[in-house]
Design a protein around this ligand. Sequence first.
Ligand code: NI
Length: 136
Amino acid sequence: MPGLVRFGVSLEKELLGAFDKHLKEKKYATRSKALEDLIRADLIARTWSEGTGEVAGTVTLVYNHHKRSLVNKLLDIQHDYQALIVSTQHVHLNHENCLEVIVLKGVPGKVRELSGRLTSEKGVKHVSLTMTTAGE
Ligand code: NI
């Protein structure tokens, strides 16, 4: 693989044992891939906490669509953040509940703000924000 660099890592035996157990549970084929994922997760967390770079994420929400004022409010909020929203998917879970997945791309503060506004609406049953990278 171009640009691949090998380096040695010294770890306490006990920590390496715990790491190897983690790899086995997660079905990693190599320590390299597991280490790469940990490093990426840490860098993504840093981008989110610094708040300046572009990030991507999803907001998943579950709500009762029989509450018409809530449906309108959720749509109004989403239109306030239309520059941030890449796509939305709506699933009719059952007779009264809807699940929506909103894919977002932008600065962390705005993504968190939108997630917070959706979360705080009365009648929304659950909101989950997934924080990931925009790929840079
Ligand atoms: Ni629905």
